[in-house]
Design a protein around this ligand. Sequence first.
Ligand SMILES: [Zn+2]
Length: 402
Amino acid sequence: MICRELLHEGTPKFRKASTKASLRAFVRPSCNFAQQLHLNIFIFFRNEPTMTTRRRFLGQSAAALAGAYWLQSSDAFAQSSSYIHFDLHSHPGMFLTKGVATNVDAAVAKTIGEMNKGKLTGAFFSLVADAPIIKVSPTGIEPNGSYGPGEAWKEYKRQLGILKEYLKSTPVTYATKASDLRTALQANKVAAYIGCEGGDFLEGKTDRLDEMYADGIRSIQLVHYHVNELGNLQTQDAQYDDGLSASGKEIVKKMNKLGMVIDVAHAAESTVKAVIDITDSPVILSHSILRVDDNRPLAKRAITADHAKLIAKNGGVIGAWPSGFSMSFDDFIDNVKRTIDVAGVDHVGLGTDMDGNFKPVINSYMQLSRWATALKTKGFTEDEVKKITGGNAERVLKKVLK
Ligand SMILES: [Zn+2]
């Protein structure tokens, strides 16, 4: 558990920890994130329990990363320079928690170092729209409060500012065009595309997309854990009979026009259907897994075969999600194979959710070669493996990004 007492705002000790420094002092001795619940640490605190403004939230401590285990493979299979390894969903070092959590610089440096060493070609580096207004509960992540007017946008600018600084100071290449991926491959660099997990920042306002596009955002995941103005979530009751609200529909159309990748991860099947009905472009479902049974952790985040087929029909790609839903790396690979059996080899990729995942079975980019090798072991040809590791993602980027 993540210092569960910390999550209960009523805890007197927590209430007393009203400054950042004192909260850190409070957190440090009792929490070993690596051994405890690894759910994304979207812990936040506010000075007054009654305030609607979420002032701060804590992110994943580098302690969690320090405690991680590393599985490496020296296999040369994935080292070929012609390979594209693309990650549809990543939060390197939980960069967005800079200024709140400790050792974020070190955590970011570590993961970006591994991206380079592990030969990742590109990824969506994702902001998290509702980070300050969700919390960990015994059954998963759930909403916890709401943004006041304008707060979501302010939070977006804060996270974006942090990421832009890291893109300047770390060895990645800031990417906005599909061709940036090939350029990165040739230069042996990592192409960093910016994405947003959750459309909460938009507050239903279509015209904000212009500014987000100008800011370099190239993908928006319409919904996350907090109910927003756009569509239905997998993890909450449906809000919109049509799957999308009127503004959700407008936002889909406008993202098509601008050349932004629509991400339907976390969206209920009704919403995925509604998006597929009106989008002109292929979409991504950046991180999910095929349903196995409903007793697994994160089972609500799994998708049915029909749900997966919607993405295939649209020409999109599903990022296989190596979360604690899978019991082991091998169990994950079995699930990937089943997903491919359902959706086809042209419609599956990888979405690691790096550094923001629950009990991940891939927790370092040093495991990319192991990932490719495991697919080959399942009987996929080299050409098919290339599609899964990055070719399918590249196809979608080429169709969508200008
Ligand atoms: Zn995420």
